[in-house]
Ligand binder design. Structure first.
Ligand code: FMN
Ligand code: SF4
Length: 761
């Protein structure tokens, strides 16, 4: 019999990288919220971690509690209620977001005025009471809590310390800052590093003293702990920490010394940064990637993990990637569900094959992470022995009751995360705190009770528009005790989500759409609710309806600038129409997409990977997919590049003549590389002073692009006419406008405004 060749770890990573673009062709399922494996016996079985027994196999992932604590760092009501709600929702183990303990050493941690946007544990009594309250409230619901301690941010921290306090950021070696490549990080001294180790030990002892149940080290994604423990970033040639394992091992030993042998220590690690696998030849030529080419190999990671266990680690969770390929540690909607199950399995098998046990003589639990919010998928991963526990991050932001609903088999009731990262990651990148696009209560649990209170007076309300905003408003209004008519002029609920759920990479939107349809099915059981599908809520109808309140949630319409020659030609179609009727692209090979925002780029992706078209994308902005989470943007752009899609930024549409698209493309040397996925686009209010030296001059040249079909994705405008007409005509005593028809076009803004408004009526 022919012997089956065992794939090397490196080849496995290469295989995953080659599959993550069109994963649905490579055996990854397009998952749905099914309960085929119910009851979830494995998921709801206990597990031991050191001396702690956790009631089930579900772990809430660390998600930075940025701006959720007081400026002293003390956890406040917002943060405590947020965690309590997840504990109440049935998860066995909760982890905090990253909690730095290197203030004063990592210069990027302080804001102006020595304020902190992180919760802190290193401030002694000023912050202790918050943590004790948190522990007590989480424990009351049977959940345990680990605090994620981080030695710092290093090169991935905010470089504004340079301006705020004339301090350079710090890192393991002279690494460029991730946000601004021109800002170098200074090398941390051995003395500072020893101080950080002491601080982590103290933070751990404090965590134990505060009744928290374990500590969790933030060793992945290229943060400072990884900068010290990965030769990609640690290029020190002298001193104790030139050995890249040393910092991590010493830290674990110090924690053990401070907390004793029975207290759980968990460590978060990536099996590989995946930089070489992701960027291939670019690792030799592109600055700063070429600095990082000597990354830790998977074999070296596994050896390091073995040594960490010997030093005292009880448990790991494992993923892939770092900031410079951010779609890996933060897999967006377009990535496959369960993307890192094979990575967890590699670690599990390695521990088993090498007989590696914790110092307590237990097997080392391996936690899998990455888009596991589908109960069948999670249960199968546990049953197949791919992992010992399943970590849920965003799924618990979207639905804090995920675990209870899975336990009860009410899987269809789970509100699915859509992977957008609009409200969780992007919100804090832009200056806010994590929230959720599909769950308007996330991070507002202190303000909004779970039960929606009844209104003093029942009103007759018309909601116009059956998209996410309209459905959210209708559902809340009904719970308030009002009578609700929901008008939707088309014959299907969903609004823009219908076109937005067509592509394979939009499977999570499809699941959300199903969830919304189910929500309306439930509403229909209430005699106070009327669904008027295929019915336009016209001014006349509304006038005659005798409503107390009108809420318009009428969405958006696509922009088509009529002044451009040829824009209404036969071979020109709006992206939204093409998505719903792909036959319009039949027989057309060369396609030019006008507009490189999210809709344009995702439509290009769909046409390339599902229909094998030759696509070019034209965008007048400096960046493709501007104002999109770096991780979501990175995944799409990286694989568009791999597929040979030409992206033309700083390029304007001039006219369309027959099957030629005439564009004016700026060729100036400072036009950014549209395929740059290793650096973020800074928020608009953050100025990179170096950009002043890199002004883009106009060196536009005209170009003709062949196009059998032109697809327009030039943005949308709010459809707000009905709202203003209702106001002008005094159609009802109260008239409100929510969602995209107020300000487009994000699910986050739609559900948030609809929920808040409806709760106030
Ligand atoms: C809003 C947000 C904040 C995050 N902050 C952290 C963090 O503080 N520490 C960390 O190790 N990972 C952090 N992550 C990564 C998550 O822990 C998790 O690995 C990732 O979201 C993938 O899991 P999921 O698909 O279940 O969300 C964060 C993710 C999100 C969405
Ligand atoms: S904001 Fe989007 S990605 Fe983040 S948890 Fe909510 S639905 Fe998921």
């Amino acid at each position: 019999m022919e012997e089956k060749k065992v794939m090397s770890y490196e080849d496995k990573l290469k295989e995953l990288d080659s599959q993550f673009g069109d994963w649905w062709k490579h055996g990854f399922d397009v998952p749905e919220m099914t309960a085929n494996l119910y009851p979830y016996e494995k998921m709801f079985s206990p597990i031991r971690i050191n001396n702690l027994t956790v009631k089930n196999r579900l772990v809430m992932a660390p998600m930075g509690n940025i701006c959720m604590a007081e400026e002293t760092g003390r956890p406040n009501d917002k943060m405590i209620k947020y965690f309590e709600e997840r504990a109440k929702g049935g998860v066995g183990l909760i982890t905090s977001g990253l909690i730095p303990v290197s203030f004063g050493i990592d210069k990027s941690l302080y804001e102006l005025g020595d304020l902190s946007y992180f919760p802190r544990i290193d401030r002694s009594r000023t912050v202790y009471a918050g943590w004790r309250d948190l522990a007590a409230k989480v424990h009351a619901h049977g959940a345990h809590f680990f605090v994620q301690l981080t030695p710092g941010l290093g090169r991935v921290g905010n470089p504004q310390c340079l301006v705020n306090s004339l301090q350079f950021p710090r890192s393991s070696s002279f690494n460029p800052n991730w946000y601004m490549k021109d800002v170098p990080c200074l090398r941390l001294s051995d003395k500072s590093l020893k101080k950080i180790i002491k601080n982590v030990g103290q933070g751990s002892a404090d965590a134990k003293g505060l009744n928290l149940d374990g500590v969790y080290l933030h060793g992945h994604e290229g943060y400072l702990l990884e900068q010290m423990t990965n030769p990609a970033f640690n290029r020190r040639v002298m001193g104790k920490y030139a050995d890249y394992e040393r910092f991590g091992i010493d830290m674990i030993k110090e924690i053990r010394r401070r907390v004793g042998k029975d207290y759980p220590i968990m460590y978060r690690i990536d099996l590989s940064l995946m930089l070489n696998v992701t960027y291939k030849e670019k690792m030799k030529t592109v600055s700063p990637l070429k600095k990082f080419k000597d990354e830790r190999t998977p074999e070296e990671t596994l050896t390091y993990m073995k040594n960490l266990v010997e030093a005292g680690v009880d448990m790991f969770d494992v993923d892939l990637g770092c900031y410079d390929n951010w779609w890996l540690p933060h897999p967006p909607s377009s990535m496959p569900a369960g993307c890192y199950l094979d990575i967890a399995e590699i670690v599990k098998k390695y521990f088993a094959a090498n007989g590696i046990k914790t110092n307590k003589g237990l097997e080392v639990p391996v936690v899998a992470v990455g888009k596991l919010g589908y109960p069948d998928l999670a249960e199968k991963a546990l049953r197949d022995d791919k992992c010992d526990m399943v970590m849920l991050g965003r799924p618990l932001l979207a639905d804090p009751d995920w675990c209870n609903k899975a336990y009860a088999g009410k899987v269809e009731d789970i509100r699915p995360c859509i992977g957008c990262q609009e409200a969780c990651i992007n919100e804090f990148v832009e200056g806010g705190h994590p929230q959720c696009a599909v769950n308007p209560r996330t991070s507002y649990e202190d303000e909004f009770s779970q039960e929606i209170p009844k209104a003093d007076k029942s009103k007759k309300v018309a909601v116009i528009g059956g998209g996410p905003a309209g459905i959210t408003a209708a559902s809340v209004l009904l719970q308030r005790g009002h009578k609700v008519d929901l008008y939707e002029k088309s014959t299907r609920l969903g609004g823009n989500l219908i076109a937005g759920s067509i592509a394979k990479i939009k499977y999570e939107i499809k699941n959300y759409l199903k969830f919304l349809e189910k929500t309306v099915e439930e509403l229909e059981k209430n005699s106070n609710f009327k669904l008027l599908l295929g019915t336009e809520g016209s001014l006349e109808t509304l006038k005659q309806g005798g409503y107390d309140v009108i809420i318009t949630a009428t969405g958006t319409s696509p922009v088509r600038p009529g002044s451009i020659e040829g824009i209404n030609g036969e071979n020109v179609v709006a992206a939204i129409d093409l998505l719903q009727n792909p036959s319009l692209a039949e027989g057309k090979k060369k396609i030019v997409v006008i507009g490189g925002g999210v809709v344009g780029a995702e439509t290009a992706y769909w046409l390339t990977f599902e229909y094998d078209k030759e696509v070019k994308v034209v965008e007048m902005d400096k960046y493709i997919m501007n104002h999109t989470c770096t991780a979501n943007r990175g995944h799409i752009i990286h694989y568009l590049e791999e597929a040979g899609v030409e992206l033309l930024n700083c390029t304007k549409l001039v006219k369309i003549v027959g099957n030629k698209v005439v564009v004016s493309q700026n060729k100036h040397k400072n036009v950014p590389n549209p395929y740059n996925t290793w650096a973020p686009i800074l928020p608009e209010n953050v100025e990179n002073p170096m950009d002043l030296l890199r002004k883009i001059k106009d060196e536009s040249v005209e170009r003709e692009l062949d196009a059998d079909l032109v697809v327009l994705a030039m943005g949308v405008r709010s459809s707000n006419k009905l709202f203003f007409d209702c106001v002008a005509n005094n159609v009802a005593p109260e008239v409100y406008n929510v969602g995209d028809s107020f300000k487009g076009a994000k699910i986050f803004e739609a559900t948030r405004s609809a929920y808040r408004k409806a709760r106030s009526i």
